[in-house]
Design a protein around this ligand. Sequence first.
Ligand SMILES: *[C@@H]1O[C@H](CO)[C@@H](O)[C@H](O)[C@H]1NC(C)=O
Length: 129
Amino acid sequence: MLAYQHDAAGKQVQGSIDLLLSAVLQGHRVKVMFDSITAEPDDVSIQGVHVSSVLISMVAKSSNDIRAFNASGIWDWRILTTTGTETTLRVNVGEYVEQGRTTGKKAVSWFIDTRPWVQVLVNSKTVSN
Ligand SMILES: *[C@@H]1O[C@H](CO)[C@@H](O)[C@H](O)[C@H]1NC(C)=O
């Protein structure tokens, strides 16, 4: 479900930041949607009353064709936060050669998984036979 949506200035558009914060604290999965991209962040963390997501699994797309990757082979690493701040770093796949670093503002929709957790195993500190 949509938990929180903000504009590029970090201003609330829909949902609530408290709902998103509580879902993250309870370990629910988060997905983000921005521009024409939806992605499951590789890491989600809380800083005070804001949520940050780290996306390090995306390969840069071609600027001419959204269906094609950039032919140079570039990672498109990104940190998005609920303040509206977007930080990106582009490096070559397989080698740390920077291809650009930007900081900007981004409108983002934050979705949460609402399935309840089911306990399947509890273990003690020690092994017993
Ligand atoms: C691929 O990425 C490089 C480095 O950021 C950029 O100079 C080039 O214009 C990009 N090419 C396309 C087709 O997007």
